[in-house]
Design a protein around this ligand. Structure first.
Ligand code: ZN
Ligand code: ZN
Length: 419
């Protein structure tokens, strides 16, 4: 037995060192990826203007003008922002200063990237530091501790093993921007993908005839770019445009359900776990598609104008990263029309309720009154169905959260409720 234990220890250590090696390589290759990305988008833009735009008729030029202005502006602007705005961290880096990075997190209204400078004002007070629907919120002075960097780990924060620190509302580590995608820069990340898809689509549609001409030896070719250069850029636009569009739609889909990439894995796992217990899993941050999208882009009633989506502007996120708006637990059994992640679960619940001779909306007969529903989890007795919310103890799949709890007495960890 000790032999097996020792062997498994060796295997685990091997895996860990491979993992560390991969993390190190991702970090080291980051600048190369960013350089490649800049080279591609800059040369793509130049070649498109050189080959296609200069041959356009005045009328087509007029029609395409909005795209010719907004695509390059946002493509380069959003890429600059996504690589310069840090994702946001719950604590300062243990060694060294974060001064250069923090200038992006503290919005300077005089900065050229600031929405205020261009006349975009925030409409309402931000939703931060409040609306933790079960009484936690800013009064809560206890927060999880990260067992890897020993710092505070607010809800939705994860530790990035490439950046070697905790990241607020972490989505994933992206080598193409050589940084984590998190609370402060994910808006730029999604918008960059959106403008890149738009740009690639424009190149593919309007450059199609020029692409065909590159195979025709007799075709007239007045551009500075050689034919092969355009062939390459066109094929790249086709491939990248296709891949990035799908990635962008997938991100928008997750955003519309109020989850990050990491949470989408966790939520799928938790939904399965809840299903086995006859419960319906609810993502606590899912406030409905429209509201989720508004909060993500920080537009709408409490945010900025939707026109800010058209410009590369560094806007503050809707949350301060320490507390987030949460949905309430429904006080009645779900109906078929309920907008749930797993409608089949709702069907199961309805069937079960009906099997007991109970119709829909008869909470009284079920013996479940509004007051009796726990604000945290709507566990119904005897497998009768009910709701369970994401962060209830026992259901939370927080493997990284094994660092226990810490007090927030230290002023450096004070929550910034005014933002
Ligand atoms: Zn950490
Ligand atoms: Zn990272």
């Amino acid at each position: 037995m000790p032999l097996i234990q020792n062997l498994s220890g060796v295997v685990i250590r091997c895996f860990k060192s491979v993992e560390h090696c991969a993390d190190w390589m991702t970090g080291a290759a980051g600048p190369v990826f960013v350089f490649m990305c800049w080279s591609l988008i800059l040369s793509g833009g130049f070649i498109y203007f050189d080959v296609v735009v200069r041959t356009l008729s005045p009328f087509s030029l007029f029609l395409l003008l909005p795209l010719l202005i907004f695509v390059p502006l946002n493509l380069y602007g959003q890429y600059y922002l996504v690589t310069h705005v840090p994702p946001g961290y719950p604590a300062p880096k243990p060694s060294g200063e974060d001064k250069n990075k923090s200038k992006w997190l503290i919005q300077n209204p005089k900065s050229i990237w600031s929405g205020e400078r261009w006349g975009f004002k925030k409409r309402g007070r931000s939703l931060t530091g409040m609306s933790n629907s079960y009484g936690g919120g800013s009064s809560e002075r206890r927060v999880r501790r990260c067992r890897k960097c020993d710092g505070p780990k607010p809800e939705r924060t994860h530790h990035c093993s490439v950046c070697k620190r905790c990241v607020l509302q972490m989505d994933h580590h992206c080598p193409w921007i050589n940084a984590c995608v998190g609370l402060h820069n994910q808006r730029h990340f999604v918008l960059f993908m959106a403008w890149l898809s738009t740009g690639c689509t424009t190149v593919c549609i309007t450059g199609y005839h020029h692409f065909l001409a590159t195979f025709d030896y007799h075709a007239e070719w007045t551009a500075i770019t050689p034919k092969l250069g355009f062939t390459l850029i066109f094929v790249l636009c086709l491939a990248i445009g296709f891949a990035v569009s799908i990635l962008m739609l997938w991100h928008l889909y997750m955003v519309s359900y109020g989850e990050t990439s990491i949470e989408s894995h966790d939520n799928a796992y938790l939904a399965g776990k809840a299903k086995k217990e006859g419960l319906i899993y609810l993502n606590p941050y899912d406030l409905g598609k429209r509201r989720n999208l508004q909060l993500f882009f920080n537009i709408g009633p409490n945010g900025y104008s939707p026109y800010t989506l058209l410009f590369p502007l560094a806007l503050p996120p809707a949350s301060n990263g320490w507390s987030f708006s949460r949905r309430p637990i429904p006080s009645h059994p779900p109906t078929k029309s309920a907008n749930l992640h797993a409608p089949e679960l709702a069907d199961g619940l309805i069937a079960r309720a009906n099997g007991l001779g109970l119709g829909l909306g008869l909470e009284g007969e079920l013996g479940v009154h509004e007051g009796e529903v726990s604000p945290i989890g709507g566990h119904a007795e005897d497998g009768m169905g009910g709701y369970v919310m994401g962060d209830e103890e026992g259901l939370t799949d927080d493997e990284e959260g094994g660092g226990g709890w810490m007090d927030l007495g230290d002023p450096q960890y004070r929550m910034d409720d005014d933002r």
